[in-house]
Structures are given as structure tokens and as C-alpha cells.
Design a protein around this ligand. Structure first.
Ligand code: NAD
Length: 357
């Protein structure tokens, strides 16, 4: 029997509750598909500050690097909001991503037909739901470029620069094509090639890499048009690949049009198959410890881990199918329950998903 070592970063707020839900689901699916998991918890965020004075202890980094994959809940909360920047819980997120060499962020935005009413778009636009995977470059571009202040033509000015190397574009393009291969084989590369030199290089290299993936259809779209198309006709997209800043903005736009923050998973990946899997939402301090959080984003993050880290497609799909079933049967946690619908607790929702595996 295969056995995977999973590092658990429960973190703060609702983090421990939702990570424990995902562990229960992984254990159940593991039993069914004969996959073993060894879970080892490590401290991160506010919990780590409380225990040892720093948000990302050395043992946590070493433990994650020694794991086959890592599942994260969320970090942060009002208790640690007034600490200095380098001991803030959120600092641990950048630290762990850098230590693990994660240069890709995979952010799916899926509108489940059963949750159509949550979507802020007109019902005819989303009649069939949508299922988009955004592949965002995570460690290059303008967020990491040269920056500063200087005296300019009009006095004081600030500047940031965007640079992308061939290597950075090639590796993110390959991840995007591989991801498209695992889905509907349709890739949209988003840039601003009518203005930016980095985008022109991006576009050229994406098309070079396309030759290695003749089974994937690739097209280009300018970022301003993409922002519009996401709300005009989101179902036209399958996989999107884009730069760090464009991906930051478009992935938030895409998650908003699903209307349900508690449903969306994500993965951050590097050269090795070991990645960091986490829900896109934060630690929700307002409902922490109340057994009210929606565990589905974290459960779906575990499903992404099975697919992308371990290539356990059947087990991954079984989790997604179980989530589909609970939603289609009208089961809802408090964030999604409307009118007369009884809200299930975190643990009750987890029980229902486990039952349907
Ligand atoms: P948040 O995502 O934690 O919460 C926003 C709203 O969504 C809240 O009303 C919350 O109750 C609700 N919500 C979020 N997840 C939910 C879930 N699974 N089920 C039901 N409701 C859910 O964002 P915020 O309030 O801006 O941030 C709270 C803390 O989380 C801050 O300290 C912030 O820095 C941190 N944060 C951490 C991460 C991370 O760990 N990756 C990401 C974003 C924010």
C-alpha cells in the first residue's frame, strides 16, 4: 500500500477545524482506495508565535520539506494584528512558499449548478455553471522587481519594475499546459502584449512551449478583455495562465463570481511534486471555534493534493463527487444556508461528505 507523508499546518482561527475535516475525508478515501497517509502537525502563524515567538519555526520548514505534501488551514487573527511586520502570522505564508520553492499558484473558480443563486452574475449567464482553473506565476514579475523612490520630472516619484526571464515563463507555461491536459485541454494565456515588453516575451514563449502540447488548444487574450470576459461569459474558460499581478487580480475576480468563499481550494506548486494546498479564505476569526465554518474549500484542497501531488485521480474525483452530492441534495453550512434550510455544522458537513465517498 502506498503511504504519503502529509505535513499539517492547522494555523489559526478556523484553521484547526477545517484541516481536521480534510484529514477525516482523506482517511476515509484512503481506506476505500487503499492509500495510506501519515499526518504530522507543525506550528505556523499565530499559534507558532504563541508557542515559540516566531510565525514560522525552523522545525516547521524542515518538516514541510521532509513531507510528500503539505495541507494548510489559515493563519492570522486580531490577537496578533498589532505585532511588528516580521513577526506577523501572515509573514509565515510568504516564508513557507519561498522555502518550498513554490512558483505556481493554481486557483480553481467553480460555480456549482446547485449554488447558482450565490453567484452575483445574471442567471442566464451562469445557467450551466463554470469551472475555471487559473494558473498564476507566483514568484516573479512586478511584485519582485526593482523598486524605489527617486526624483523625477515632476519631483518625488515611486517606481516598480516588471521583469520576466525565459526560464520563469517556460516553467509556468509547462505547468499550465500539463494542467490543461488533465482537464479540457483548452488554455488561455492572458497578457498585455499590446503595451508591455514582458507580455510580448510571455506570449512568444507560451507559443513555443505549445509545440510540445499539440493536444492542447491555446489562445491569447489581453488582460483588460479577460477581466470583462470573466463576467460576460465565464464558461468560455477552462485553464488560464498569467503573470503574478494579473493572476492576483483575475483570480480574486473569478472567486468573487462564484459567490462562496468557503468553497474554493488552491494549490501552490514548485519543481517537485510536493506542494502546499490550502483554502483561499482566511482564518475567519468571527466564527473560529464555533464548529460553523464551511470545510469544503479545505476538503477540495485535499482533493487537489491527491490529483496534483500524488496522481491519485480516482480518489481525488471521489471527493469532488461526494461534495457535488451533498450540495445537490441541498445540504449547506451556515455561510450558504438560506431561508428555511437548516445549517449543518463543520463536523456534520464533514460526516455527510464522508458518508457519500
Ligand atoms: P476571511 O476569509 O478569514 O473571512 C472573510 C469572511 O468570510 C468572514 O465573515 C468569515 O467568517 C467568512 N469565511 C471565511 N472562510 C469561511 C469558511 N470556511 N466558512 C464560512 N465562512 C467563512 O478574511 P478576513 O476576515 O479578511 O481575514 C481574517 C484573518 O485571516 C486575517 O488575520 C487575515 O490576515 C487572515 N488571512 C489569512 C489567509 C491565509 O492564511 N491564507 C488568507 C486571507 C486572510
Amino acid at each position: 500500500m502506498k503511504n504519503y507523508k502529509i505535513g499539517l499546518l492547522r494555523g489559526d482561527g478556523i484553521g484547526p477545524e477545517i484541516v481536521d475535516s480534510a484529514v477525516r475525508v482523506l482517511e476515509a478515501v484512503g481506506k476505500k482506495y487503499n492509500i495510506g497517509f501519515t499526518f504530522t502537525p507543525y506550528l505556523i502563524g499565530g499559534a507558532a508565535i504563541d508557542a515559540c515567538g516566531e510565525p514560522l519555526p525552523k522545525e516547521t520548514v524542515e518538516g514541510c520539506l521532509a513531507s510528500d505534501s503539505v495541507l494548510l488551514g489559515a493563519v492570522g487573527g486580531p490577537k496578533w494584528d498589532n505585532l511588528a511586520g516580521n513577526v506577523r502570522p501572515e509573514k509565515a505564508l510568504l516564508g513557507i512558499r519561498a522555502a518550498m520553492g513554490l512558483f505556481t499558484n493554481l486557483r480553481p473558480a467553480k460555480l456549482y449548478p446547485a449554488l447558482k443563486d450565490e453567484c452575483p452574475l445574471r442567471s442566464d449567464i451562469v445557467a450551466n455553471g463554470f469551472d475555471i482553473m487559473i494558473v498564476r506565476e507566483l514568484t516573479g514579475g512586478i511584485y519582485f522587481g526593482e523598486r524605489g523612490y527617486r526624483e523625477g520630472k515632476y519631483g518625488e516619484e515611486a517606481y516598480d519594475t516588471e521583469a520576466y526571464s525565459r526560464m520563469e515563463i517556460e516553467r509556468i507555461a509547462r505547468v499550465a499546459f500539463e494542467t490543461a491536459r488533465k482537464r479540457n485541454k483548452k488554455l488561455t494565456s492572458i497578457d498585455k502584449a499590446n503595451v508591455l515588453e514582458t507580455s510580448r516575451l510571455w506570449r512568444k514563449i507560451v507559443h513555443e512551449i505549445a509545440a510540445e502540447y499539440p493536444d492542447v488548444t491555446v489562445s491569447d487574450m489581453l488582460v483588460d478583455n479577460a477581466a470583462m470576459q470573466l463576467v460576460r461569459n465565464p464558461s468560455q474558460f477552462d485553464v488560464i495562465v498569467t503573470s503574478n499581478m494579473f493572476g492576483d487580480i483575475l483570480s480574486d475576480e473569478a472567486s468573487q463570481i462564484t459567490g462562496s468563499i468557503g468553497m474554493l481550494p488552491s494549490a501552490s506548486l514548485g519543481e517537485s511534486t510536493r506542494g502546499l494546498y490550502e483554502p483561499i479564505h482566511g482564518s475567519a476569526p468571527d466564527i473560529a471555534g464555533l464548529n460553523k465554518a464551511n470545510p469544503i474549500a479545505t476538503i477540495l484542497s485535499a482533493a487537489m493534493m491527491l490529483l496534483y501531488a500524488f496522481d491519485e485521480k480516482e480518489a481525488s474525483e471521489a471527493i469532488v463527487a461526494a461534495v457535488d452530492k451533498v450540495l445537490n441534495e441541498g445540504l449547506r453550512t451556515a455561510d450558504l444556508a438560506r431561508g428555511e434550510t437548516k445549517a449543518l455544522s463543520t463536523s456534520e458537513m464533514t460526516d455527510e461528505i464522508v458518508k457519500r465517498l
